[in-house]
Design a protein around this ligand. Structure first.
Ligand code: CA
Length: 176
């Protein structure tokens, strides 16, 4: 039997500013390993995590398998006040979905401070990590554990608390 539900007096309270994501076009990315060679018609380069396409993915090297931890490091182009990241896992299979992670920030690309760590379920939903707002130019997401002892990412976004100052007119990535 179907029953109807009714909701009265529902309100949504704003608890803070909605974060802005930094445009992918101003970022560069590197990885500790990647499978950038053709694999049954696909390549799994780190740049696939910032191409705005959830179906293209970065995958840690699997021929031969590079053991975890593996990480990707984003260069934001300049120091920006940032407060979190959103990681969209691959959508086709759990392989490489990150289940334990660390996040590090750096001003110079050499000295990194850990600002967040935790666990994520191996599901296709977007995963979040946050930290107190801080200026940094480099963000490193380290996969400590992943499905099949591998790491993969569909899309990676960085949330900023800065309003303005984020120009989309000077992309730093190579043409795709
Ligand atoms: Ca992608």
């Amino acid at each position: 039997m179907r029953r109807r539900a009714q909701l009265d007096n529902v309100s949504v309270a704003r608890t803070g500013e909605w974060p802005t994501c930094i445009p992918h076009g101003r970022m560069r990315i590197t990885a500790t390993s990647e499978h950038a060679r053709n694999h049954h018609g696909y390549v799994y380069a780190a740049a696939n995590t910032i191409d705005d396409r959830p179906e293209t993915i970065w995958h840690s090297e699997f021929e031969p398998r590079a053991s975890l931890p593996q990480s990707v490091t984003l260069d934001l182009g300049s120091a920006v006040e940032i407060c979190g990241l959103a990681c969209q896992p691959r959508l086709d299979t759990p392989k490489g979905m990150i289940t334990r992670y660390n996040v590090y920030l750096s001003d110079d690309g050499w000295a990194f401070d850990k600002v967040a760590s935790g666990t994520w379920p191996a599901t296709t939903s977007t995963k979040l990590a946050s930290w107190p707002p801080r200026k940094a130019q480099y963000v490193r997401l380290e996969a400590v554990a992943g499905e099949g002892k591998l790491a993969s990412i569909g899309e990676l976004d960085i949330a900023t608390t800065s309003r303005g100052g984020l120009s989309q007119s000077s992309p730093t990535t190579a043409p795709r």
